[in-house]
Design a protein around this ligand. Sequence first.
Ligand SMILES: Cc1ncc(COP(=O)(O)O)c(C=O)c1O
Length: 345
Amino acid sequence: MIDLRSDTVTRPTRAMLEFMAQAPLGDDVLGEDPTTSRLEEETARLFHKEAAVFLPTGTMANLCALITHAARGTRVVCGTESHVFQYEAGGASALGGLAYHPVANAADGGLEPLALAEALATHRAAAEDSHIAPVGVVAFEVTQNRCGGTVPAIVGLEAASASARALGVPVHVDGARIFNAHVASGVPLSRYGALADSLQVCLSKGLSAPAGSVLVGARDFVRGARRARKMLGGGMRQSGVLAAAGVVALATGITRLADDHAMARALAATLESVLDGALEVRSPQTNIVFFRAKPGSRSNTDVVALLRERGILVGGMGAWIRAVTHADLAPSTVEEVASRLRSAR
Ligand SMILES: Cc1ncc(COP(=O)(O)O)c(C=O)c1O
């Protein structure tokens, strides 16, 4: 099987497993795990933030951030296509007492400026009108998964962040794949850090670690997020076993992402040329390729089933089919996809 469903299918590298076996450990709930502390310090430094906290998943990192920033009864303004809104089981609402206020995503995955301005206007109105819930936090997603692994323009993110902060509203960045954005755009990580009051990165996607996310921010914010993590049951003991993989991921995984991006471009070109040109393929910006059946030919479901028959796994995402390139694919993957689909009609 050629597994293009997600970069989360990647297994830890040999270097990770070796470092995991020998990393110094302690009880992290007592603040005594040196490897977890090292990962937190290194991640905070990358984004020029004061502090960081290690969490088991990106979902928990986002939830901790949202409930630390925003009081119960306030709104989370986020994209209609955002992971926090679409795929986190409504956690901010169910567990945090927050109301989701989804606004349109722009084509580049940022938030539509007018839609964001309207959402922020409710915050101003709430100061005068007790009917209206204030905005507790604004969340961006970089890269934007459901928009096609897009890299939102940094100037747009900075402007959006400034408009929220001007009202005293904090900004969270779901940076599950922010290293892909950094490698694709050349934007320094510190510039992403500067526009965010908090930012979470996933180590378990393109970077190949088996689990873990790191949430960075100011020291006071991270103190609050640590309490939220404990409340959600995410305080781990010898978490350095996992953090060790994260240390190796940061040291070796970031620049390698360029290979995934190159493979995504080659895969897109191949998908365009097979099945008698029946697929509409979007030009990938990072490691995510979006494609779909052109109208009048077979359906997306048929395409996914045909690929599966040929041993190629992909997933549906809204109106699109998603293929994700990653470190565990053989260098010959794109040629292999082409050869398995050449005879298909
Ligand atoms: C954009 C984005 N944010 C957050 C997450 C959540 O990460 P986790 O699966 O570790 O909870 C994901 C996972 O796929 C994601 O794609």
